[in-house]
Design a binder for this molecule. Structure first.
Ligand code: CP
Ligand code: NVA
Length: 300
């Protein structure tokens, strides 16, 4: 049997993703009711972090613990990956001892190489190109709040980055319309936009993208690895802040999401982030539940 990986939402079918989110909602309810659910007893997850993280690390580590398994944190500073051991060699060695690997890294091709040489499933914990685990949590949050997202309109405001790319994949798998509002020169990958056909439209105006949207989503203007561009990006993205005015363009019942960490006063105002339409805290918590469902799916 070939090893299933989760490098992109497109690695799973629409029905697998919907089923997975349904299971995430179930495991969340079990946890809230104090019902033990430990299907991964004796299993181990290796977590490789070549970039910083709060949510991804805490959710995967707690998730494995709650499922009865064990998670280990591997930083390049402390393991041989940081001293030049090949990713191919590391993949074979680590995966011969654990049941799953989660990795957060820079180039997506590095993660693909890891998956190619791993004997066990590999999960994308974020690359420069994609952040699919966050989309599981975002879709779970939408399902809990509003039900099916099929046919809804989502507005992505800001950088055409890894999160935006994963929203394009989500538009394909969950069949929603995606309006992207970004500055000229910061559009998402064109081939990805083309692959979504008429589901995705790119605007160079936040207000136009937000028009009648059911969900408004944003992310930092400078992602990890782009720290040098922070000041320049603040100027370029000046017109792309999600404010009360932008929320007013959307449907009156629209929700607001942000993968966090947020930079208040930059990509979003405090008023919107802390406002009644914001579901960012549920969204963050759902990283735990959605990834527990993912871990079960891949390890059982
Ligand atoms: N949203 C997210 O992935 O957060 P962390 O960088 O804290 O893991
Ligand atoms: N686009 C952001 C997401 C952080 C969770 C980054 O890559 O830094």
């Amino acid at each position: 049997m070939t090893t299933r990986h989760f490098l992109s939402l497109l690695d799973f079918s629409s029905s697998e993703l919907t089923e997975l989110i349904g299971h995430a909602i179930d495991v969340k309810q079990k946890l809230k009711r104090g019902i033990q659910h430990r299907p991964l007893e004796g299993k181990a997850l290796a977590m490789i972090f070549e970039k910083s993280s709060t949510r991804t690390r805490v959710s995967f580590e707690t998730g494995m613990y709650q499922l009865g398994g064990h998670a280990m944190f591997l930083s390049p500073r402390d393991c041989q990956l940081g001293r030049g051991e090949l990713i191919e060699d590391s993949a074979r060695v680590i995966s011969s001892m654990v049941d799953c690997i989660m990795a957060r890294t820079f180039g997506h091709e590095r993660l693909e190489l890891l998956a190619e040489h791993s004997y066990t499933p590999v999960i994308n914990g974020l690359t420069d190109y994609l952040h699919p685990c966050q989309l599981l949590a975002d879709m779970q949050t939408w399902f809990e709040q509003r039900g099916n997202i099929d046919g809804a309109t989502v507005a992505w405001i800001g950088d055409g980055n890894n999160m935006c790319h994963s929203y394009i994949n989500a538009a394909i798998r969950f069949n929603f319309k995606l309006n992207i509002g970004c500055p000229v020169g910061h559009e998402p990958c064109d081939s990805l936009v083309q692959s979504a056909a008429d589901r995705v439209r790119v605007f160079h105006s936040a207000a136009e993208a937000a028009e009648n949207a059911d969900l408004i989503v944003t992310d930092v203007f400078a992602s990890m690895g782009q720290e040098q561009e922070q000041q320049e990006r603040l100027k370029t993205f000046d017109e792309f802040q999600v404010s009360a005015d932008i929320m007013a363009k959307a449907d009156k019942d629209a929700l607001f999401m942000h993968c966090l960490p947020a930079h208040r006063g930059e990509e979003v105002t405090t008023e919107v982030l802390e406002g009644s339409q914001s579901v960012v805290w549920q969204e963050a918590e759902n990283r735990l539940h959605a990834q527990k469902a993912l871990l079960e799916f891949l390890m059982q």
